[in-house]
Design a protein around this ligand. Structure first.
Ligand code: 13P
Length: 259
């Protein structure tokens, strides 16, 4: 992250918007005021990716893939490769989102292959980690996160010019839409996990500066409390990023800060 950047405000549109809605929202973002010093990026559906990238071309808002496949090209019905997203203008890729892990049974091994493919294609991966409510109640939060981190990064040589981005997204905090927010993760609890993730990664890879974003029901009402935590490098917003009024309210709550 450059010294002029205060943090990351990333928007995962999941499967909330069709193509027309995605282009309309991206076009409105292009024209709207943006917080100084924050890197903004949007992760549209694979269907809407190209038209959203076109709508945002030449602006400072970047686009990323919600998911990638690791083989560049071939007989893999329904998949889109990291290489194809890169060729279409993606700069980032979400890797191992909890909805992929839990609803589509993506394994840690597959997550690793996707991470490597994203890097090989020149994308900056944003690895998502986090525990379920049951794992949290069983006191297994760190064990789960460490397993996810180890599978993704063990023996991986991190490219010097690529940001090392991780999103801590406790599964129990993720919403099912703006009418069904998840539980609010106490910012202090997120801060402890963020620090631990960062320290752990610096322990296994030399010379890296991990940037850990938080995700899980982030919206205008709680954003300020998350961004106030020193080890919180930004946020990955789901549902609240898919409605124009909620998104502008969220951006209006951001005050520039130094990391
Ligand atoms: P919500 O903000 O809808 O809880 O989604 C968080 C998330 O999963 C972002 O990737």
């Amino acid at each position: 992250m450059s010294s002029a950047t205060h943090g990351y405000i990333f928007a995962n549109w999941k499967m909330y918007l069709n193509q027309e809605e995605s282009v309309a929202l991206a076009t409105s973002w292009r024209a709207a005021p943006r917080p100084d010093g924050y890197q903004l990026a949007v992760f549209p559906s694979a269907l809407a990716f190209t038209s959203v990238a076109e709508a945002l071309a030449g602006s400072s808002i970047r686009v990323g893939a919600q998911n990638v496949y690791w083989v560049d090209q071939g007989g893999y019905t329904g998949e889109v490769s990291a290489a194809m997203f890169a060729a279409a203008g993606a700069q980032y890729a979400l890797i191992g989102h909890s909805e992929r892990r839990h609803q589509f049974h993506e394994t840690n091994h597959e997550v690793r292959q996707k991470l490597e493919a994203a890097l090989a294609s020149g994308l900056t991966p944003l690895l998502c980690v986090g525990e379920t409510a049951a794992e949290r109640s069983a006191g297994r939060t760190w064990e789960v996160i460490e397993t996810q981190l180890r599978a993704a990064y063990h023996n991986l040589v991190w490219p010097a010019k690529t940001d090392l981005l991780i999103a801590y997204e406790p599964v129990w905090a993720i919403s099912r839409g703006t009418e069904r927010w998840g539980a609010d993760c106490p910012p202090g609890e997120a801060e402890v996990i963020h620090t631990r993730i960062s320290d752990w990664l610096q322990g296994i890879m030399s010379g890296v500066a991990p940037q850990v974003l938080f995700g899980g029901s982030v919206r205008a009402a709680n954003l300020g409390r998350y961004l106030a935590e020193p080890h919180l490098a930004g946020v990955l917003v789901g549902a609240a990023s898919t409605q124009p009024d909620r998104w502008s309210a969220l951006l209006a709550n951001i005050t520039p800060r130094a990391l």
